[in-house]
Design a protein around this ligand. Structure first.
Ligand code: GSH
Length: 204
């Protein structure tokens, strides 16, 4: 089994590294070299036609190309500790939070990154006005998330740390890296970030 990824701050490969660290599973990652365009090489596109990372390549040559799907596969191989839920309700809540973070937060963060950030300016035709408009969308989404944590539950989907926390942590850390820091008044979100950031897996 081979894992293709990229060093931080790339958020999606980091999801898999944090997941593996939480599981205590050693699966070294092969860095694809995004800055050199390695993810768009014919060799990598044969693994993932979208030219993205992470990719998990099985020994039979089959590839899994979505970070959450890779983690679900690894969860089946290494069930303990469970990071996708112990029972039906846990599983549904974790799935719900993964989808909410991806749609409410990751989409506008991605749009800001693609259309307003100087780093990506040479990679595509930017619409900076549209890109900048996502700054406010992200801010509102982070404040919404802060309100959602008002019941003081320790983790996003409830009492137990889960894949939902990994998705949110990597997304929000990336947002901060590109200049979209959570608003200062989002105190519950800050406390949650500190909690997940203190786990040894956060260094992955
Ligand atoms: N939904 C995919 C997204 C993967 C993704 O966008 N990866 C980024 C790196 S963090 C990438 O490869 N970007 C290059 C591109 O989209 O061309 C997943 O979760 O694995």
């Amino acid at each position: 089994m081979k894992l293709y990824g990229e060093a931080n701050p790339a958020p999606n490969p980091r999801r898999v590294r944090i997941f593996l660290a939480e599981k205590g599973v050693d699966l070294p990652e092969i860095a694809i070299g995004m800055r050199q365009g390695g993810h768009k090489s014919p060799e990598h596109k044969a693994r993932n036609s979208l030219g993205q990372v992470p990719v998990l390549e099985l020994d039979c040559g089959t590839t899994i190309t979505e970070s959450v799907s890779i983690c679900r596969y690894l969860e089946a191989l290494h069930p303990a500790p469970p990071l996708f839920g112990r029972d039906a309700l846990d599983q549904a809540r974790i799935d719900m939070w993964i989808r909410r973070i991806e749609f409410q937060l990751l989409v506008p963060i991605g749009m800001f990154w693609r259309h307003a950030h100087p780093f990506t300016a040479s990679l595509l035709q930017q619409n900076t006005e549209f890109g900048e408009s996502n700054r406010e969308t992200v801010r509102r989404a982070l404040l919404w998330l802060d309100r959602e944590l008002a019941d003081d539950r320790p983790f996003l989907a409830g009492e137990a740390y889960s894949m939902a926390d990994i998705v949110a942590q990597t997304t929000i850390d990336f947002a901060a890296f590109i200049g979209l820091e959570p608003p200062a008044e989002a105190g519950r979100l800050a406390a949650w970030r500190e909690r997940v950031g203190a786990r040894p897996s956060a260094g992955a």
